[in-house]
Design a protein around this ligand. Structure first.
Ligand code: ZN
Ligand code: ZN
Ligand code: ZN
Length: 370
């Protein structure tokens, strides 16, 4: 498939969803959705870049870009028309002109407020709707090739998680920051092109879910929570494993069993037709039944693809249905302030039969002696 075919196929699929949603137009500004439909990764500056499509017409979409940035766009005349605007023109008025008469317009979540407010004031009778709120995201249903890419990159992160569990990454006596540097180097060594994040949280710091690795030196006999991921060929990995530096206390071990059961329950619940809220509930109920409900302080998971966090979100009240082609994390956690925290995370891709984990490394809390 040529790039041009790929983007034309994507627009065709998105167009069907827009028609089903009774949207008259789509306006995407810069960000991952724009890259998804046009291949163009626009500058994050104040000048407007907008991909504007009308699903009910046979015309192809138009990419409005600042004239001085047009040379950066790879032209695909079969996929979109490029319209460069100069600094003495009003690009928002050009967009309004393109979709004149549209009643319901979907806009990308990343669109700047100043651009959207200007567009709204030019089109007072039009309803503007958040793209993710109406369609559940443009990129949430992955193609077979994308699912493969997510499994591949998940397998790379999995290798580093296995190194953590085997004890080959020294922990005791090193700072969290040093360990994070080590893990980062290993993520690159196994084939990631970039590392997007690396959380190393030791002892009481592990009770802070998004802890920034710092100078704290890892001690013997404590929790080390590691949550990391990077990109390979444009797709993201994200995995969390916990290890204990020494003999695991009985209470920690028992609580971890609850966490593991909760994660498994959510993986089992992630079947086409269930709601994302059902998936969240599956994990949350196990944890609540064990008495830790108030210590599971975040959603069960997030979609993943070209961004680490994207639609769909595995949250308590999400009635959106799990579909074949979804890729999301399942990552329940239990956090006891001042003592320790634990989280167990895999990325899953959804197929006809249910969810397939992209990482298979041991799901137990491992005692390491390093
Ligand atoms: Zn997170
Ligand atoms: Zn993570
Ligand atoms: Zn995650």
């Amino acid at each position: 498939m040529t790039d041009s075919d790929l983007f034309a196929t994507r627009w065709h699929a998105v167009r069907q969803r827009l028609i089903a949603d009774q949207a008259d137009a789509l306006v995407l500004s810069r960000g991952s959705d724009l890259v998804y439909l046009s291949g163009y990764d626009a500058h994050a500056l104040e000048r407007l870049t907008a991909f504007v499509g009308a699903p009910n017409t046979d015309g192809i979409p138009t990419l409005f870009a600042p004239q001085l940035e047009v040379p950066l766009v790879t032209a695909m005349p079969d996929v979109f028309t490029i319209s460069g605007w100069t600094d003495d023109q009003d690009p928002v008025a050009m967009v309004a002109e393109q979709i004149v008469g549209a009643q319901r317009v979907l806009v990308s979540d990343e669109m700047r407020a100043d651009h959207l407010l200007a567009l709204q004031s030019l089109m007072p009778d039009t309803t503007f709707v958040s793209l993710s709120a109406s369609l559940g995201g443009l990129r949430s249903i992955k193609s077979d090739a994308e699912m493969q890419a997510i499994q591949t990159v998940g397998g790379l992160a999995n290798q580093v998680a296995a190194q953590l569990q085997s004890g080959e990454i020294p922990l005791v006596g090193r700072s969290e920051a040093e360990i994070a540097e080590d893990i980062t180097a290993r993520l690159l060594a196994v084939g990631h092109e970039t590392v997007e994040f690396c959380i190393v949280a030791s002892g009481p710091n592990s009770a802070s879910p998004h802890h920034h690795p710092g100078n704290r030196i890892v001690q013997a006999g404590e929790m080390v929570l590691c949550d990391f991921g990077g990109k390979h060929k444009g797709y993201c990995s994200d995995i969390t494993r916990c290890v204990w530096t020494g003999d695991i206390p009985a209470d920690v071990s028992a609580t971890y069993d609850t966490l593991k059961k909760a994660q498994q329950a959510a993986v089992d619940a992630a079947r086409p037709g269930a709601s994302l809220g059902d998936v969240d509930a599956a994990a949350r109920n196990v944890i609540a039944d064990a008495g830790f409900g108030s210590q599971f302080i975040h959603r069960t998971g997030h979609g993943i693809g070209t961004e680490v966090h994207e639609q769909p979100y595995v949250t308590k009240d999400n009635t959106q249905v799990v579909e074949v082609g979804h890729a999301f994390s399942i990552e329940p956690g239990i956090y006891v302030e001042g003592k320790w925290g634990m989280r167990l995370e895999d990325i899953v891709v959804v197929v006809d039969d249910g969810a397939i984990r992209c990482s298979t490394t041991d799901h137990n809390l491992i005692a390491v002696r390093a």
